[in-house]
Design a protein. Structure first.
Length: 334
């Protein structure tokens, strides 16, 4: 006979609510920091360990017995993990996801401080104004500083590229890594130019520019952790800070490396994971934008606010024909 002769149900809707600490969080489809492999963390099996599965099974069995009118056979609970395709487990490569972007960005901190200090010291010692009085143009002066810094950064980028290609990022193209580091080196030089335009004291400029760069590194860590929850326009906006763009680019390199395919020219515009939309080509494009933006701002600020010893131009000087063509321009020396 029926197990519950006095109850007649055709269907039932059941909701089970437990303490959030006893069940798995479902706000994310996967972990913020992705590594290949199945979801086998014991702490993420709280549905089983804290009794949710058993409560759900008992309620569903009771409802089913009422609707069908007969007892259900045992067992009631049978668990099996979702299958996962074959993959290579590399614990060292998995650890790079949190270490490589931070260490790579942090390694440029000393170069930033020394470059800003050298540029501002020339302004502080009045050598910049002396060379201008001798006929040296501002563009030539900036170009000389750019070439001096670029040669040093070029050698550093080459050494780091060799170390990464033959050690850590063995599946990634050597040329892509090298060009990425060169692009970031140019962005760093532009950042140093921008920071130097605000200061007339070398030591102060070096300290403040390093501090701002270090704060960008902290922001980079947070954004990398949450990047798969952010929209592409918001990530592009964050990439206006060159250290953040560089860190995101490093994380994309690691994600390709974890897939054992590496970043190549044919997938440079393809997201590394299926549920993401950020590509390495977008990060590189934002670094190019950063270079132009920083150089443009440093040129304008240096002209409007040249410091203690320079002659300031009006804020609208880019719209003056005399600035570009030299026609009708009077120079008064006093």
């Amino acid at each position: 006979g029926p197990a519950h002769p006095h109850l007649h149900l055709q269907s039932a809707s059941v909701k089970i609510r437990m303490n959030t600490t006893y069940v798995h969080d479902t706000t994310l489809l996967r972990a913020n920091v992705w590594t290949p492999g199945p979801e086998r963390d014991p702490w993420k099996r709280r549905y089983l360990y804290f009794g949710f599965v058993f409560i759900q099974d008992m309620i569903e069995r009771a409802v089913a017995e009422v609707i069908t009118g007969r007892d259900l056979p045992t067992p009631g609970v049978y668990l099996q993990e979702m299958p996962y395709p074959c993959y290579d487990e590399d614990l060292y490569a998995n650890s790079l996801m949190g270490v490589l972007p931070l260490s790579m960005t942090l390694s440029w901190l000393f170069s930033v401080a020394m470059t800003v200090r050298a540029i501002v010291r020339e302004k502080e010692s009045r050598m910049k104004e002396v060379m201008k009085m001798m006929g040296l143009g501002d563009g030539v002066l900036r170009g000389s500083w750019f070439l001096t810094s670029f040669v040093l950064f070029f050698l550093s980028a080459l050494i780091v590229t060799i170390a990464l290609t033959f050690g850590i990022l063995s599946h990634t193209s050597f040329v892509i890594i090298w060009l990425f580091l060169i692009l970031y080196a140019v962005a760093i030089i532009a950042y140093c130019f921008l920071m130097s335009s605000f200061f007339s004291t070398a030591n102060l400029g070096a300290c403040i520019s390093s501090l701002i760069y270090f704060l960008f590194i902290f922001a980079q860590t947070v954004i990398i952790t949450k990047q798969h929850q952010l929209s592409v326009p918001l990530l592009a906006l964050c990439c206006l800070a060159a250290p953040i763009a560089f860190g995101i680019g490093c994380s994309v390199l690691v994600e390709y490396e974890l897939r054992q395919i590496g970043l190549q020219w044919h997938n440079i515009s393809v997201p590394p994971l299926q549920d993401t939309h950020l590509t390495f080509s977008l990060v590189c494009a934002m670094l190019v934008v950063d270079c132009f933006l920083y150089f443009l701002l440093s040129w304008y600020i240096e002209a409007v606010y040249p410091g203690r010893y320079g002659v300031a131009k009006p804020f609208y000087f880019p719209f003056q024909p005399s600035y570009w063509f030299g026609q009708g321009c009077a120079c008064v020396c006093g």
